[in-house]
Design a protein around this ligand. Structure first.
Ligand SMILES: [Zn+2]
Length: 422
């Protein structure tokens, strides 16, 4: 099989040089292009264990880093690089530049590309490297938990630490992504806290109830925000296609009556249990679309929202994307085949029973800020008595995962660079 090969050796790097190369201690590198599928193979020597990295030629040509193909300021491929993109383009020649630690390619259309070895290594196609990248930069893997684990997994952060320290802000957001819940303590009893926190993360997500919402008893209540009765486990706003991702609740005042406890359960953990113990019911809850519905009025604006989706939503990898559950927000319209209705009720009843068995309860104190993943956790509240001198007042807002993940990546990159400078 005809191949194009090149290799180089290099002397041991001084500590200064090795720092600049960010761990890319290459003594000897060989490159080969496999003719039949145009795969560029890169191998480090002499480490026998070193795996050969593979890069498809078509991908390399698409990701050429030259000024003609790549726009440095926007860190993106130039839009016109695809107008005449030739999928049959071939590697004509490949060489390794030892001094620049780079691979040079001449293409069959005469175009020239240079890729640094560190850039290539970061984009290694091996399953291990891809997983490392996904966990580090895409999304951390959630860890599901049951009732017995709650005290262990609930991370608490000081409000002022989160506001003043970037590493603590990152820790809080990471705890939210991994465990689905985290608590801030000792925030001021000030209505501005929700705004300050939203600004610290990015910005609020607006809904029918506005950007901020007040949870407080009102005798003339028309919606559940303003009632004092027990709210069983639910997810907020399941009737949105783009359901608000994270619920953040700031306790300003807490009732001294016996009730007003928060309830919480990890919906992903309940789904795990169902998947293992009742696979048929699990299948039903992942495949049956339910009509979620919200009709009402807030601040003189009428709304009528509908979204059809299962209780347990899986992504294309079979991982949990979202849990929907709300007794009041489930419509009486059920737009599925009539013979599928009864099996869905059986499965949902078991899901709800299991969720209530795993429910944890706790009472927030004034100054607490409870944050949880509304795509994952079911939450609720026990009923309470409200009077003029004994009120419960919570201010809340939503923020979307897009905004939180983005903030986490920005913080990570910045903290990583600062770490390198010191
Ligand atoms: Zn180019």
């Amino acid at each position: 099989m005809p191949t194009i090969t090149s290799c180089f050796s290099r002397k041991l790097l001084s500590p200064m040089q090795s720092f600049r190369l960010q761990g890319l201690l290459l003594r000897h590198v060989s490159t080969t292009v496999r003719e039949h599928d145009q795969m560029l193979l890169i191998k480090e020597h002499p480490q026998q264990s070193a795996k050969t990295m593979q890069f498809p030629g078509i991908w390399l040509r698409d990701n050429c880093q030259c000024e003609q193909c790549f726009h440095r300021d926007s860190l993106s491929r130039k839009p016109n690089s695809w107008i005449n993109f030739d999928t049959k383009v071939k590697v004509q020649n490949v060489t390794v530049d030892e001094s620049r630690q780079a691979v040079n390619i001449v293409w069959s259309d005469r175009h020239r590309s240079t890729f640094s070895l560190s850039w290539l290594k970061e984009r290694d196609f091996s399953p291990e490297a891809r997983e490392r990248y996904m966990n580090e930069w895409y999304r951390p893997q959630p860890k599901h938990w049951g009732k017995a684990d709650f005290d262990k997994i609930l991370k608490k952060f000081d409000y002022w630490d989160v506001m003043r320290s970037d590493p603590v802000l990152l820790e809080w957001l990471e705890a939210l992504t991994i465990h689905g819940v985290a608590m801030l303590k000792d925030s001021p009893l000030d209505v501005g806290v929700v705004k300050s926190l939203a600004k610290r993360i990015g910005f609020m997500r607006k809904t029918n109830y506005g950007a901020e919402f007040s949870i407080r008893f009102r005798p003339d209540a028309k919606n559940y925000l303003h009632m004092s009765e027990t709210l069983p486990l639910h997810t907020d706003l399941p009737y949105y296609e783009y359901k608000p991702s994270i619920t953040i609740l700031h306790t300003l005042e807490q009732t001294r009556s016996l009730g007003g406890w928060s309830t919480l359960v990890d919906g992903f953990n309940i789904a795990d249990q169902l998947r293992v113990n009742q696979p048929q019911h699990f299948k039903t809850l992942t495949e049956t679309s339910v009509n979620w519905c919200g009709i009402g009025e807030n601040a003189d604006k009428a709304f009528h929202n509908m979204w059809r989706a299962p209780v347990i939503n899986l992504d294309e990898d079979g991982k949990y994307a979202r849990i929907n559950h709300s007794v009041p927000r489930r419509d009486s319209h059920f737009s599925i085949d009539v013979d599928k209705v009864a099996p869905w009720y059986e499965a949902n009843a078991i899901f709800v029973r299991m969720a209530h068995e795993q429910e944890v309860t706790f009472k927030t104190e004034p100054g607490d800020v409870l944050s949880f993943n509304n795509l994952r956790m079911l939450h609720g509240r026990t009923g309470y008595d409200d009077s003029e001198n004994n009120i419960r007042h919570i201010l809340g807002f939503f923020v979307d995962w897009d905004i939180v993940y983005s903030k986490m990546r920005v913080l990570k990159r910045r903290l990583h660079h600062e770490g390198q400078k010191t």
